[in-house]
Design a protein around this ligand. Structure first.
Ligand SMILES: Nc1ncnc2c1ncn2[C@@H]1O[C@H](COP(=O)(O)OP(=O)(O)O)[C@@H](O)[C@H]1O
Ligand SMILES: [Mg+2]
Length: 261
């Protein structure tokens, strides 16, 4: 007898989404399995952030289905959606730290809200553990405005993982950071996935970063996933749109690439 195929942790089935007259997602299919890291690549404005917002129920599909840990975020009550979100960590494109709290207080916040049974000592230990993971222990008493962009990202990552989520979503974790800092963030994405055994989705337009972190890469173009595979398979993919995107060539089928500079 054949063993049953594993259930995907995140399963987007033919998802369509428009904003007014603008069709953004035109039938997106995407599966993410336990323990793997999937990168969604594509140009700015193609709907990468919109895609992951569907996973946390910040957007609902016009048609198609979004399944996360077996539930449909768009169909849950507020309470059940809140419970589902607690099983997910979301690193926003902007780090979204609260400026009037220290790094340590920012990381502690989800515990104060959602782990009320934890003692102050247990909370402090958990916060320090996560700050150590991202190497931000020393800076824990600083305010977000006092630290660099890379450090803000790391602090936001510590906060995103403080509840040990089963799924972690990263929206452009390395955009705007220099190549060396980007590398350290990529290393953190890799080590976090391994340490927590979480499924991860990383949205990026940085190919170097996608190759480093992803088990599989999916390319979003004109509202659909036009290619998916391991980094090696994507590099060998013959689709001219994929080739143009991954090589950064100005000339090719991607409309407006040469005009965009
Ligand atoms: N809430 C919204 N209302 C209207 N338009 C939106 C909304 N969210 C995203 N869009 C539009 O959808 C398109 C895709 O956006 P986004 O997912 O943010 O792109 P990216 O791939 O750069 O993350 C953009 O043209 C954006 O302006
Ligand atoms: Mg985006």
């Amino acid at each position: 007898m054949k063993s049953a195929a594993p259930e995907p942790i995140v399963d987007l089935q033919n998802v369509e989404k428009s904003f007014g007259p603008q069709r953004v997602l035109c039938g997106v299919d995407l599966k993410v399995y336990a323990g793997e890291t999937v990168a969604i690549i594509g140009r700015s404005g193609t709907g990468k952030s919109v895609t992951i917002k569907h996973m946390v129920g910040l957007e609902r599909p016009d048609s198609g289905r979004v399944l996360v840990l077996g539930a449909e975020p768009a169909k849950l009550s507020r309470r059940d959606l809140a419970a589902l979100r607690l099983r997910m960590g979301y690193l926003f494109q902007s780090s979204a730290l609260l400026n009037w709290m220290t790094i340590e207080q920012n990381v502690e916040l989800p515990l104060l809200e959602h782990r009320r049974s934890m003692s102050p000592g247990e909370r402090k230990e958990r916060v320090l553990e996560k700050l150590r993971v991202v190497e931000m222990e020393e800076a824990r008493h600083k305010f977000p405005e006092e630290v660099s962009g890379g450090m803000k990202k790391r602090a936001a990552l510590a906060r995103a993982i403080v509840l040990d989520p089963e799924i972690i979503l990263y929206d452009e974790p390395t955009t705007g950071l220099d190549p060396v800092i980007s590398r350290t963030i990529d290393e953190l994405v890799l080590s976090t996935g391994r340490r927590l055994g979480s499924a991860q989705v990383v949205v990026t337009h940085d190919m170097a970063s996608a190759y480093r972190v992803a088990d599989r890469i999916s390319m979003l173009y004109e509202g659909k996933i036009i290619a998916e595979g391991t980094p090696g398979e994507i590099q060998r993919c013959e689709n001219p749109v994929v080739q143009q995107f991954i090589t950064g060539d100005l000339h090719g089928p991607i409309l407006g690439a040469a005009r965009a500079i």
